[in-house]
Write a protein that binds this ligand. Structure first.
Ligand SMILES: Cc1cc2nc3c(=O)[nH]c(=O)nc-3n(C[C@H](O)[C@H](O)[C@H](O)COP(=O)(O)OP(=O)(O)OC[C@H]3O[C@@H](n4cnc5c(N)ncnc54)[C@H](O)[C@@H]3O)c2cc1C
Length: 296
């Protein structure tokens, strides 16, 4: 008999600030074995929860639940299974939710996901959920309070909805449909995060808004990724990293320094913790975490 791990919402009741990690399922079996070792190292830092993406960047969907189950059963850390809805039918989603429940996993991050990149004409049918709020609503109706439900938030607005006020209205709809908390897209200017928090609080939203933070380790790669996900690169960041972009060690050193400062400022100004996008790496998360630990 194993212990069923806590819901994230239970953890929030006893902790004002949490720190957590995001992983993704590797594409190869070799990568998977390597990830299990990284999970062991990350677990030694004592995170409050670890989440695993579903299908993002072509990651293997079938491995998400195995990874989350492994985190819970082998490391006694609450796991959060990301679940996207656009590429599955409603009945497939129903089966996946049942599978998640059977595995005693009680945390999901309910997402829309992205349409297939190679099919520009793709449209959801009536058998698909179109937006994440529908997945929140469906999950609550089918499973009541079994799951703690997190959702994605976009401090700079979503790429498909640059009207930030409209995007926050849509965010509210996810919470009104049963979501419990928000994890944000990555950002590099903390003002974007605090302005976002203000916009949401002005709508009466009281839920936790956890900043999602990505340490800069490969500046060119991150710049490309930011273009696709709607995160802007502030001038001050470009001025630091562009001149040294080809020097791996220099980027890593400056990246750690920038990330530590960003996290310290977020925490000092009242953010309820940090969710690190680890890219499945222990280093430099360990170094960054050890520097901000005293604040958590
Ligand atoms: C923390 C985090 C984790 C992520 N994990 C994954 C993952 O594991 N796998 C993956 O594939 N992707 C992942 N993503 C990416 C995410 O799936 C995409 O950004 C996706 O395009 C939006 O997902 P969403 O859940 O925010 O969608 P939604 O909240 O449904 O929003 C999608 C778009 O529709 C608009 N919209 C929302 N509701 C309405 C409405 N009622 N009417 C009209 N427009 C509306 C929104 O403004 C937005 O532009 C993650 C993103 C974040 C920030």
């Amino acid at each position: 008999m194993h212990t069923v791990m806590k819901k994230v919402t239970e953890i929030f009741k006893n902790k004002e600030k949490t720190f957590s990690f995001e992983l993704f399922p590797p594409k190869t079996d070799e990568g998977y074995q390597k990830l299990l070792k990284t999970i062991e190292s990350l677990s030694s830092l004592g995170p409050d929860f670890i989440s695993c993406t579903y299908g993002a960047g072509g990651g293997r969907r079938d491995k998400t639940l195995d990874i989350v189950e492994h985190i819970e059963k082998e490391h006694q850390i609450s796991g959060v299974a990301h679940l996207t809805c656009v590429l599955n039918t409603k009945s497939e989603i129903q089966n996946i939710l049942e599978d998640i429940k059977q595995r005693d996993i009680q945390n999901i991050l309910a997402l829309r996901g992205d349409p297939p990149k190679d099919d520009l004409n793709w449209q959801p049918t009536e058998n698909n959920f179109k937006y994440a709020y529908e997945l929140c609503d469906f999950t609550r109706r089918q499973h009541q309070d079994h799951f703690a439900i997190g959702v994605a938030g976009f401090p700079e607005g979503h790429v498909l909805c640059p009207d930030k006020n409209l995007d926050t209205q849509y965010l509210k709809k996810k919470l009104d449909s049963g979501a419990d908390y928000i994890i944000t897209q990555l950002f590099f200017d903390n003002k974007d995060y605090f302005d976002y928090v203000k916009r949401l609080r002005n709508l009466g939203i009281k839920n936790r808004i956890i900043p999602g933070i990505l340490p800069i380790t490969d500046y060119r790669g991150i710049s490309r990724f930011c273009k696709t996900c709607g995160t802007s690169i502030p001038k001050k960041v470009d001025e630091i990293f562009d001149p040294i972009a080809e020097d791996k060690d220099a980027v890593l050193e400056k990246g750690i320094h920038f990330c530590v400062n960003q996290c310290q400022d977020l925490i000092n100004q009242g953010a309820p913790g940090i969710h690190f996008y680890t890219l499945n790496k222990f280093h430099p998360i360990d170094e960054i975490f050890n520097k901000i630990k005293p604040l958590l």
